[in-house]
Ligand binder design. Structure first.
Ligand code: SF4
Length: 311
């Protein structure tokens, strides 16, 4: 069996927003005891959710499912204003783990709405971050577009316009969509700095560098994780012969290794590094590995948790 070259992409895995959200649930459990309720999966990763559940977190979709005497943590993806209002109306102890970079998009949308602009949001329908962002303004005030075809199909829009984007989109596709928006609506206002977050762009850049020449590219992450799914697409576009998402080494279809001499590996922003280590260990049990570290950026961003700030 020939040795296997592993092109290991860096940065990969946890971003500052995910680390903060997980620490927020851990600190809430330490401070308030179990159970602590969490609105939606705190981050989109099955392993993270299972570990926090075992510690006493209870994940619910609706505020009405939270008992009156227990705290509720809002997930990293952010929530519509109506969910915050529901929690406040019920006098629940609310702990907001929304990523600060998502909160930045929320305040941008609210500001545009206050100044009379219609907001066009580029994002994926039904993704919780998009639901939260659309819900920063009254119904109908934010128009969602997912594709270039959606932009072409927009009616003529009266009055001033602005655009925002989901934080975890494909950098390249979003660039094309923003260009199409500006072509249709030359006066449209946009963010001073793009809404796609540093972690999403850094992980996509690293995957692009690692994917070239890979026979197979494996992204560790959950199927619900938007940024992980984008990494698979990025690997394919950047030249990997094949690319796939796997939850962990246990789920991976090892028959895919047949004929592979170079494999690229990365992990989505919500996937713990231990899953990458376990995947590499499982690879090493089957083939002799040569690991090439493909590092395209260094990250040192840390966000304080809301509890730490309050303390
Ligand atoms: S992927 Fe980006 S926006 Fe989402 S939690 Fe991480 S840093 Fe925040």
């Amino acid at each position: 069996m020939p040795p296997l070259t592993v092109r290991l992409a860096t940065p990969r895995g946890f971003c500052a927003g995910v680390e903060r959200a997980i620490r927020t649930v851990e600190e809430s459990l330490a401070l308030h005891g179990a159970p602590v309720y969490v609105r939606h999966e705190i981050v989109h990763n099955t392993h993270v959710v299972a570990r926090l559940s075992a510690m006493g977190a209870i994940f619910v979709e609706e505020i009405e499912d939270v008992p009156p005497d227990r705290p509720v943590v809002f997930s990293a993806h952010g929530a519509p204003q109506s969910a915050h209002a529901d929690a406040e109306a019920r006098n629940l102890l609310k702990i907001d783990a929304t990523c600060p970079l998502v909160l930045k998009v929320h305040s941008q949308i609210r500001r545009h709405h206050r100044s009379g602009r219609t907001v066009i949001l580029i994002g994926h329908r039904n993704h919780p971050e998009v639901v939260g962002s659309v819900g920063q303004a009254p119904e109908g005030a934010v128009i969602l577009v997912e594709t270039l075809a959606d932009i072409a199909a927009l009616p003529a829009l009266d009055g001033p316009l602005a655009y925002s984007t989901q934080t975890t989109l494909s950098v390249d596709e979003t660039r094309d969509m923003i260009a199409a928006l500006k072509q249709r609506f030359p006066e449209i206002a946009g963010p001073a700095k793009e809404d796609i977050c540093y972690a999403t762009s850094n992980r996509q850049e690293a995957v692009k560098a690692a994917a070239a020449g890979s026979d197979l590219f494996v992204v560790i992450g959950s199927r619900t994780s938007s940024n992980s799914v984008r990494l698979v697409e990025t690997a394919r576009t950047a030249g990997a012969a094949d690319a796939l998402l796997t939850e962990d080494a246990g789920e991976f279809d090892w028959s895919k290794l047949a004929g592979v001499e170079t494999i690229g590996v990365s992990a989505g922003a919500s996937a713990p590094e231990i899953l990458v280590e376990q995947f590499l260990t499982a690879l090493a049990a089957r083939r002799t590995l040569r690991i090439d570290h493909i590092e395209t950026a260094r990250e040192d961003i840390v966000f304080n948790t809301p509890l730490r700030l309050a303390g």
